[in-house]
Design a protein. Structure first.
Ligand code: ADP
Ligand code: MG
Length: 474
């Protein structure tokens, strides 16, 4: 299962030389991030963190992840249109989780007014780890699906090229030629372009809704450039700009600075800190509009951890995807154990089980972006504190996935070069477009491999824990 570069890992001189080449190759290829010190200026940039070497990924699991992506697209889209399911599933959560409750209020408000939006665009990323079974065979297990602001599709479109060069420098040309091409930024842009076209106003623009702090701008620029290449105008705005200058006309067409907006692509708005009162008002304005939101508020809610947990309940997938038994089976095969902590006997039992054996589980609140989950002793302490309180329903419990570690070097600016024991998480990008009731596009749009040292239980690339990687299929 290991990648064929165990020999290289122990050759310090070769590693040093390869790391120098790797960093320059990354800068040349545009695997870039702005710096922590100057997050909103492009005068000083650095390379985004990445592994020196590609990581081994079992090819059967890689193919399985691609094969189930269209099913997940259909599932997320079905959930987003199922008010009864969202209402029922999130009922206990919104009583105790203010952020989900606010999103839900906007959702209900928009439904009451009636949807003006005729075209729907979903860009998601389904993330997996390779669980190492007792018999030694790895299994594909979903960590979560991200239905809003799923990132790194741009930068990862350039990492295979960098890793290919590193392998060549290390005398592994044959292996370099086996690395798969991967271009999510193009796939994402094709989805946005399709939604823009179906919106049907050639002078309208695509608006990227971006955060105040924009360290990861180059990742977004990769997608923007694909749109400009197709002669689609792109503007970048923050919630604050929308609050100050956004407006709707009688047909609820959205205007920014006098320009009609066909598509709003959110790279913002997924965590509470993205919102103050004005930003909530801006969000409501956008959701009420005719513009294609990627995602609309219903699709954002479809990506909550509580929904993920509910999907694992017997019979739920069958109800959401009637007549699609094969899709249901493919989806279910990727589920790890997920447990509700809702008030009641069942929830009491689950809480007791986790307190007794915390290392078997992950405790997850309804949050995104990494660094929010609880593990081990901390999980036990928190759960003991809230076990008799309704607050526990703001969390879900999940079986902890345990992948087999492999050695690699994580290249980070200003950090010493040292070998680490690492585990990886594979993400598959999904893109779909629906016009009214008809799916007009449904695709897997590329992949993202992120790798982190095993001492970190949680966290993504933006959280400073994981780094970009390239799969080497074995
Ligand atoms: P977020 O929305 O914050 O990204 P995730 O569910 O993706 O939340 O969890 C964040 C990170 O925590 C993941 O990238 C992964 O490294 C780790 N993690 C999450 N769930 C599990 C699990 N069931 N087993 C092992 N690690 C997990
Ligand atoms: Mg995640």
């Amino acid at each position: 299962m290991a990648a064929p570069w165990e020999d290289v890992l122990r050759n310090e001189a070769a590693v040093q030389e390869a790391a120098r080449v790797a960093v320059d190759a990354a800068l040349l290829a545009g695997v870039l991030m702005r710096t922590e010190g100057e997050p909103n200026a492009s005068d000083v940039v650095n390379y985004a963190p990445f592994t020196l070497l590609p990581s081994a990924v079992p090819s059967a699991l890689f193919e399985q992840a691609y094969a189930v992506q269209q099913d997940f697209n259909v599932l997320v889209d079905a959930i987003s249109q199922n008010k009864e399911f969202l209402e029922h599933t999130l009922a206990s959560t919104i009583k105790v989780d203010d952020f989900t409750a606010r999103l839900f209020r906007i959702y209900m408000q928009v439904l009451e007014e009636g949807l003006a939006q005729p075209v729907f665009l979903g860009i998601n990323r389904s993330d997996y780890m390779f669980d190492h079974g007792v018999d030694g065979t790895p299994a594909l297990k979903q960590i979560e699906i991200n239905t809003i602001a799923a990132s790194f599709g741009g930068l990862t479109s350039r990492t295979a090229e960098v890793h290919g060069q590193v392998l060549k420098v290390l005398g592994k040309s044959k292996e370099a030629s086996c690395l798969l091409p991967n271009n999510p930024s193009k796939g994402l842009a094709l989805g946005i372009a399709k939604a823009w076209e179906l919106y049907g106003s050639p002078s309208a623009v695509v608006m990227f809704l971006v955060e105040e702090v924009q360290r990861n701008i180059f990742d977004q620029r990769c997608v923007e450039n694909e749109l400009w290449n197709r002669n689609i105008r792109v503007i970048r705005r923050r919630f604050r700009d929308v609050f100050e200058k956004g407006s709707l006309d009688d047909a609820r067409r959205l205007y920014m600075d006098g320009q009609e907006v066909a598509v709003v692509y959110y790279r913002e708005g997924y965590v509470p800190k993205n919102y103050d009162q004005q930003n909530w008002e801006a969000r409501l304005l956008l959701e009420r509009s005719r513009a294609v939101k990627c995602p609309d508020i219903a699709t954002q809610l479809a990506g909550t951890k509580k929904v993920q947990q509910e999907l694992s309940q017997p019979g739920t997938l069958e109800k959401l995807l009637p007549g699609r038994a094969e899709a249901v089976a493919r989806i279910r095969a990727t589920f790890a154990g997920l447990y509700s902590l809702d008030v009641g006997e069942e929830g009491d039992k689950i809480a007791a089980m986790a307190i007794a054996d915390p290392d078997r589980f992950v405790l997850k609140p309804q949050r995104e972006g990494g660094g929010n989950n609880l593990y081990g002793e901390e999980l036990r302490q928190v759960l003991e504190k809230i076990r008799d309180s309704p607050e526990r329903t703001s969390y879900i419990l999940m079986d902890k996935i345990k992948p087999q570690p492999a050695m690699n070097y994580l290249l980070r600016a200003h950090s010493p070069l040292q070998v680490s024991e690492c585990i990886s998480e594979l993400g598959i990008f999904g893109v779909y477009v629906r016009q009214g009731k008809e799916m007009v596009m449904n695709k897997a749009a590329g992949h993202l491999l992120r790798t982190k040292a095993i001492e970190h239980a949680d966290g993504g690339v933006a959280a400073g824990v994981a780094v970009l990687d390239t799969p080497y299929l074995v």
